[in-house]
Design a protein around this ligand. Structure first.
Ligand code: ZN
Length: 301
């Protein structure tokens, strides 16, 4: 096929950037990873990769970026593509459009979780869904909601990790770790919150009766809220915490209990085994989504 109009895909994470040069069909021509240091180091390394691989394979027609944040993802904003209040040293005010300006091509920037959601919708566990909600439970908690392959947003990207679930303080006196809210979902159920409460990760808490059920209850509050607000075709729950044995099953049970039969639709199967699922792409969701963001940038011109 023609190599005209290649896509530069960037998955920007807190510890590493994954970079790929691909055809518009998603065939990967070159791929690398570079550490996320400061922009002074990481931007030139990113520029070099795309300049060198493009020299070899052909001109780049668009970039797709799925990035850590907080970051401005509003195409209508003058600060589109700019990191806002990130605590990560040196990144506040850094802008993808500046770093990639020398290529003079369209750029679409979205969050890492929206990118992963789009990737799962494209070729993972969200295939065939019109509306898909992808949630990651790891160092942080976040949800991307995708409608026909495009992520939804309002004045900014969604912040599902900071909704506050009901807490039984007798059963769980833990105050939570969110610097803004204490016991929001991220404050109670993220990986760091679990480590702080019990001194171990959830997959090593088999001896702690009720730990999985307690975390599942908090996550089910988000799951049922996502159902009520977005009526997605499917919910995907991924991230490091979700690897704990029995957690996805417990989230299904608790979500079913919280919804209590209120939402009746063939999509919500008995037991929610087909409705609440784990990711299909694993570590490739983000870069797959970034490639699709590049296609979307191209389509927009
Ligand atoms: Zn919070």
């Amino acid at each position: 096929m023609s190599r005209q109009g290649l896509i530069g895909a960037v998955e920007a994470g807190g510890t590493k950037f994954v970079l790929a040069l691909t055809t518009q069909d998603g065939e990967i021509l070159a791929r690398t990873r570079i550490p996320t240091n400061t922009p002074t180091e990481t931007w030139p390394a990113m520029q070099d990769f795309f300049a060198e691989t493009s020299e070899l394979h052909g001109p780049i027609a668009a970039f797709g970026v799925a990035s850590f944040g907080p970051i401005d993802i509003d195409p209508a904003s003058p600060a589109y593509g700019t990191f806002t209040t990130t605590p990560k040293a040196g990144w506040s005010g850094a802008r993808f459009h500046d770093a990639l300006a020398s290529f003079s091509v369209p750029i679409k920037v979205d969050t890492d979780v929206n990118g992963a959601a789009i990737g799962e919708w494209m070729s993972g566990a969200g295939q065939g869904c019109r509306t898909l909600a992808y949630t990651t439970i790891g160092t942080g908690v976040g949800t991307g909601v995708v409608r026909n392959g495009h992520s939804l947003m309002g004045i900014s990207h969604f912040e599902s990790g900071h909704i506050v679930p009901p807490q039984n303080h007798a059963a769980d006196p833990f105050p939570g770790i969110c610097p803004y809210h204490g016991n929001c979902l991220e404050g109670l159920a993220s990986g760091p919150a679990i480590e702080r409460r019990w001194g171990r990760s959830l997959d090593r808490l088999a001896s702690e009766p009720g730990a999985v059920a307690m975390i599942a209850d908090y996550l089910a509050h988000l799951a049922s809220t996502l159902v009520l607000l977005h009526m997605p075709d499917r919910l995907i729950f991924g991230g490091g915490v979700m690897k704990a044995p029995g957690l996805i099953e417990a989230v299904r049970t608790a979500t079913s209990a919280q919804l209590n039969g209120y939402v009746s639709h063939p999509r919500l199967d008995d037991g929610l085994e087909r409705y609440i699922v784990t990711p299909g792409l694993g570590d490739d969701a983000g870069i797959t989504g970034a490639i699709e963001l590049g296609r979307q940038a191209l389509a927009r011109g």
